[in-house]
Ligand binder design. Structure first.
Ligand SMILES: C[S@@+](CC[C@H](N)C(=O)[O-])C[C@H]1O[C@@H](n2cnc3c(N)ncnc32)[C@H](O)[C@@H]1O
Length: 217
């Protein structure tokens, strides 16, 4: 998604990611940033990040209570994590709080369709696949959320790729029964999800849309 260029982050900046997981997304900024700070609630994720990216600063904690001064970080980001959060407003407000005066907040997440009904079906399917799924939101819902958190959107970008079942549910990562449940749901309701399910090379493929918002505090 060319996220580093999209973020306009300056050379030597500090970049923080909330919900950094194993650090792969944050590492994209390693060529420009002087300091990378990964925040995550899950210790196992940070342990993997520590082994993979030893120069990252790792903080185990909740993104709604960041142990950092207000207006102190040039780029505060979250990627592919808001759909795990039931109430995103406190988290977005906290991201805004630590963003520097001339800093930016970057929000990247998978996007749901604008249709309420399709979003409901999509979220049902996502929750069957991964019970930690809270809600995918449409681009317009996400835009309202960042604005309600007090931020101004300075740029946004939508990207759609083709995702395949074997990548979405990699063999061995999910119990067989879960895989079967997902397939049953797709066969019955796939057309209602707005994800454009189709068979390609004998497996399900679908559209995965991601949205990025670059915001001013
Ligand atoms: C799907 S992973 C995304 C990882 C990474 N951002 C990426 O794009 O590869 C979501 C991560 O968000 C973390 N997370 C969920 N809620 C959180 C919260 N309230 N504060 C901090 N981390 C959170 C989870 O532990 C998980 O590691």
């Amino acid at each position: 998604m060319d996220v580093v260029a999209f973020s306009r982050v300056g050379r030597g900046a500090t970049v923080m990611e909330i919900g950094a997981g194993t650090g792969n997304f944050l590492d994209l900024f390693s060529e420009v940033a002087s300091h990378l700070i990964a925040i995550d609630v899950t210790e196992e994720m940070l342990q993997t990040a520590r082994a993979e990216f030893p120069s990252m600063s790792l903080v185990m904690g909740d993104g709604t209570r960041l142990p950092f001064r207000s207006r102190s970080v040039e780029l505060v980001s979250c990627a592919q994590m808001l759909h795990h959060v039931h109430e995103p407003l406190p988290l977005l407000k906290e991201m805004r709080r630590v963003a520097a005066d001339d800093g930016r907040v970057l929000v990247v997440d998978q996007a749901a369709p604008e249709s309420y009904e399709q979003t409901a079906f999509m979220n049902q399917l996502e929750a069957i696949r991964d019970p930690s799924h809270a809600a995918s939101r449409s681009p317009s819902s996400l835009r309202v959320l960042v604005q309600t958190a007090g931020m101004e959107v300075v740029d946004e970008k939508l990207t759609t790729i083709t995702q395949t079942m074997s990548k979405w549910m990699a063999p061995g990562e999910f119990p067989a029964e879960r895989f079967a449940q997902v397939e049953r749901f797709i066969e019955r309701f796939g057309d209602e999800t707005g994800m454009r399910f189709r068979k390609e090379n004998d497996e399900w493929a679908f559209d995965r849309t991601r949205v990025m918002f670059l915001c001013r505090r």
